[in-house]
Ligand binder design. Structure first.
Ligand code: GDP
Ligand code: MG
Length: 368
């Protein structure tokens, strides 16, 4: 239900909040400055001060640009990959090894920054990795409605085999209907037994291609960097098979991968662009925060002017620290962005207040 806070109503009419609270008390309504009044009450009070309340149906979607999806605007985009697997099977090592290899290959040879995601080039196209391994990140993003992962790389140590968290990861990926590519890691270890891993996975309904199944399994070593290129190419290939596309020309939509408050820079958000091209100067809104893209940099620390779908960047310019998993939208201008953010903030407070009053009611009834 829509409404307006006591202080907002007072501000708009040029009446002190305290006076409105007193007036409400006269109407047998106990209120605080932040309390949200329903439209009827607001109307009643406003009319006493010779104001008229105009009821406007406010839908956030009205402020988001409408987009007509057209097949001819679609372009291939890199797959977004999350690495999952049992603890100590080499998720972090693999992410680091892939990133290091890509930096060494680049002419800049620059220092990589941890920004929560990075992209690497392969002979078959680019691949973007979410730099937070583990199924917690995966499920918490999904819980917020962000289905950002296109492919799960399931890491299984060749010397340890399928373990409880391996099975857990398979379950999560299947639930999300995200295809799995298996990296059989630690192939350099003397006790490595990839065939046992394949057999165990087959009984989890992940049958390797060479056994007539449809799951790509690549034996790798994060330590010796064996077959990392092959793994990457297979991921790019999988992206082709999945026909992953996006429209770089439409107003941008993305997902917050991670966010923090940084001294000197303010709120900094790692954004995965999912549709459209995110550009410097764009008016943005995410959750209850808004702003303008003041600066962007990629995982190599290079400042960039725009980010295409399937790529990530750190974005500076938001009014607050957003929540991982939340959507981020480009809107027409900063005023619209602020309106959406404020509206969401009001709704949040409204929900909070109604929860509090419900709780106190429950307490009241519990006592009697
Ligand atoms: P995570 O818990 O899945 O992130 O696993 P880590 O990346 O932290 O790796 C766990 C341990 O395995 C560390 O001591 C790594 O050095 C080691 N490790 C990871 N990959 C390999 C590999 O390919 N070969 C060998 N020999 N050790 C590895
Ligand atoms: Mg780790």
């Amino acid at each position: 239900q829509e409404g307006i806070s006591v202080s907002d109503l007072g501000q708009r009419m040029g009446i002190r909040t305290a006076e409105l609270i007193k007036k409400l008390m006269g109407m047998q309504k106990m209120a605080t400055a932040n309390q949200i009044l329903d439209a009827d009450t607001a109307e009643l009070i406003a009319s006493d001060y010779h104001w008229k309340v105009e009821r406007v149906g406010f839908e956030v979607e009205d402020y988001l640009p409408e987009v007509e999806a057209k097949a001819e605007d679609e372009r291939p985009r890199p797959p977004v990959v999350t690495i999952m697997g049992h603890v100590d099977h080499g998720k972090t090592s693999l992410l680091d090894a892939i990133r290091q290899a890509s930096v060494a290959a680049g002419e800049a040879g620059g220092i990589t920054q941890h920004i929560g995601a990075y992209s690497v080039s392969t002979a078959r196209g680019d691949v973007t990795f979410l730099d937070t391994p583990g199924h917690e990140a995966f499920t918490s993003m999904r819980a917020r409605g962000a289905n950002v992962t296109d492919i799960v790389v399931l890491v299984v140590a060749a010397d340890d085999g399928v373990m409880p968290q391996t099975i857990e990861a398979i379950k999560h990926a299947k639930q999300a209907e995200v295809p799995i590519v298996v990296a059989i890691n630690k192939m350099d270890v003397p006790g490595a037994n990839p065939d046992r891993v394949k057999k165990d996975l087959a009984s989890q309904e992940l049958v390797p291609e060479e056994w007539g199944g449809d799951t790509i399994m690549v034996p790798v070593s994060a330590k010796t960097k064996m077959n990392l290129d092959l793994l990457l190419e297979n991921l790019a290939l999988q992206a082709e098979v999945l026909e992953l596309t996006a429209n770089p020309a439409r107003p941008s939509v993305g997902a917050i991968v991670e966010a923090k408050l940084e001294r000197g820079r303010g709120p900094v958000a790692t954004v995965l662009v999912q549709e459209g091209t995110l550009k410097l100067g764009d008016a943005i809104v995410t959750g209850t925060h808004y702003g303008r893209v003041r600066a962007m940099n990629n995982s190599r620390g290079e400042s960039v002017k725009e980010v295409k779908p399937g790529y990530c960047a750190e974005v500076v310019g938001l009014s607050g620290v957003p929540t991982a998993g939340d959507a981020i939208n480009v809107v027409s201008d900063e005023k619209a962005a602020k309106q959406i953010a404020d509206h969401r903030g009001m709704k949040e407070r409204q929900a909070e207040l109604s929860k509090v009053s419900r709780e106190s009611l429950d307490q009241l009834f519990a006592k009697t």
